[in-house]
Design a protein around this ligand. Sequence first.
Ligand SMILES: C[S@@+](CC[C@H](N)C(=O)[O-])C[C@H]1O[C@@H](n2cnc3c(N)ncnc32)[C@H](O)[C@@H]1O
Length: 285
Amino acid sequence: MSSVRSLLASATERLAAAGVPSAAADARLLLAHAWEVSVGELQRRQVLGEEPADVVEAQFGELVEQRLTRVPLQHLTGSAPFRGLELRVGPGVFTPRPETEMLVDLVLSELAGRDDPSVVDLCTGSGAIALAIKHEAPAASVAGVELDPMAHAWATRNAELLGLDVAIELGAAQGALAGREGSLDVVVSNPPYIPVGMEPIDPEVRDHDPEVALYGGSDDGLRIPLEVADRAAELLRPGGLLVMEHADSQGDSLPTALARRGWSDVADHTDLTGRPRAVTARKSR
Ligand SMILES: C[S@@+](CC[C@H](N)C(=O)[O-])C[C@H]1O[C@@H](n2cnc3c(N)ncnc32)[C@H](O)[C@@H]1O
């Protein structure tokens, strides 16, 4: 048996040497996962000098080996945190990112004071945005739409496991929610937007996020986002709000393209690191 401190120190050193960002945090999360405890409980056991059983140590060793090959941390633990929810994720679904959490704030401030608002999350992936909105604004009627059957299955499972009443439609955002035209208060989307031909640097993204979740379908990455925005314009009531994530390189091009398509009050928003990250725009009245 080895001490928690020595297990963490050697795993952190190996992970850092392999280029894994936040090696120490990853080591802690993987040991907590192998021991089937929270990170807080792991720290308590470390303070008390408790040592994991050999079987836990072996399991931790296997997880570290996989992380060294840049299997995403979230695929190893099976979950990703998003605005206080724990979402089940794994192969076949895009891992939700912290920078996407700000889209939920933009939606919530639009919903404040409305009695029975309706929201759809186009390109919902794991269901992250739709489920967080329903969790934080329970009076809202929320739906999600996802093209990829694997991702759709993850989102449906997440809605069930979290007990959140969000219907997840399987299909293309471009033709979503037939019959609901002109009725929605908010359309939110984190669509695929990476320019075609641009390869993501991080192996976790390049090798493990599904391609359909990444590429925006044109050299500037904006073909699919603009198609999603066109459908949003059909689904929203006059004055309704579109909230859309984009690449930091698209902080001018996407707002400009939306304004040209007749959207009003187009505004771009930066994330916590100060990078252009999301656009809001209103359907003209
Ligand atoms: C960047 S991921 C975002 C997932 C999730 N909204 C999030 O923020 O974590 C984009 C998602 O859009 C889905 N997608 C791609 N093209 C689509 C389309 N035309 N209609 C609906 N979903 C689409 C992908 O399968 C993927 O799940």
